[in-house]
Every structure is written in C-alpha cells, then in structure tokens.
Design a binder for this molecule. Structure first.
Ligand SMILES: [Zn+2]
Length: 200
C-alpha cells in the first residue's frame, strides 16, 4: 500500500506545505477567503487570484510574506507533487485542492457548495483516490429550503408590509453577495442597504 503523503494536520508532507493552517506556516495553500481558512502571517501563500485579492482586502496587502496566484485547473508542479485548484462553488475564488504524488491523487474540498450561485465559480467534481471533505451542514437534520423560494417569501413580506424595514442577517463574505444576487434574480431592483460591517 502506498504511504499517505498528507497528514492529519493537512500537511502535504513531501513539500512541507499546509492547507488552510490555523497557525502561521512557511508555506500555506489557502482554499478560500473565510477567516476560519485564510489567516494572516504565513510565509508564502498559494491560492486563486480571487482568494488572494480577498485576503489583501481583509487582512492588508502584507498579510503574507509572498503570494503565488494559481488559476483554476492549472496544474502546478512543486517538487514531486502536482497541485491543481478546482472550483468549489462556495464563495468567489473558493477552491478544492487536488494533489498528485507518485500515482496517488488526493482531494481536499475545503468548503464547497453544489447549488447554482452566480457569485462563485461553479463546483467541479475531481476524481481522486483519497477524498477529504468539509462536512458543515452534512447531517440529515439540515434541510435548507430552496433559495429562490426564500427570496419569494421575503418579497411577499415586503409587499405586505411596505412600511417596515426587512433586515436580513448574513455573513459578510459570500452569503451577502449571494443574497443580493438572488434578490436581483427574483426581480428586486430597488436599493439594498448594507450595514457598514458588511463592506469588507
Ligand atoms: Zn467558508
């Protein structure tokens, strides 16, 4: 049996690089810009151009020693590991990390979403031998309603109570943009006001 080339800390052993590390590392591969995945203080960051741009906006231009942008579906050879970033459909720039080493192929999904969302590059399926997945909302108890049905419900409420404000709580990066896009797709063309905390 082949020796695993990834350890439980998501360290890609042959190249000593960590995926989404919680502590500052010399080499980090970052799946997307959310703060539980992208942190400041790494020596070198490999990520999609969108994720790098998001990190610079949220943490500052110098939040890593250096940045190496990698476009989607563009294999990068690092010593004897080939790294490819594949769209994860979670937020703008979000990527799954596909790693190949001596005939083994591993995929770390990062956060991902398979529903249509025009604010993120659509999820793509990557074949692999080893599949490591995020499992947020993976329990069957989580049955989310359909997004467009929720938007219709909201717009019905706005029509019924035009004198009242309708406040939507939403995570600033990703969810907020998705809700705005869904509202526009549902036909809402009046202004949408954002709380200052949503700006970045
Ligand atoms: Zn996320």
């Amino acid at each position: 049996m082949a020796t695993p080339f990834l350890d439980r800390d998501l360290r890609v052993i042959p190249i000593d690089a960590y995926i989404d590390p919680p502590q500052p590392r010399a080499r980090a591969i970052i799946t997307h810009g959310h703060s539980d995945h992208a942190r400041s203080g790494h020596g070198a960051v490999l990520a999609t151009p969108d994720t790098i741009a998001i990190m610079k906006v949220r943490y500052g231009e110098d939040c890593a020693g250096q940045f190496q942008p990698l476009e989607f579906n563009t294999p990068l050879q690092v010593d004897d590991v080939t790294i490819t970033l594949v769209p994860a459909g979670h937020i703008l720039g979000s990527a799954q990390v596909v790693m190949e080493h001596r005939g083994q192929r591993a995929v770390f999904t990062g956060d991902y979403k398979r529903l249509p969302d025009r604010t993120a590059q659509p999820f793509e399926l990557a074949e692999c031998d080893l599949f490591i997945t995020e499992a947020t909302f993976g329990l069957p108890v989580f049955q989310h309603p359909r997004p467009l049905d929720e938007m219709a419900r909201l717009l019905r409420s706005v029509a019924a109570f035009p004198e009242r404000s309708h406040v939507i709580g939403s995570y600033a990066l990703g969810k907020a943009q998705r809700v705005i896009a869904l509202l526009r797709d549902a036909g809402w063309d009046a202004p949408i006001y954002l709380h200052g905390a949503m700006i970045r």
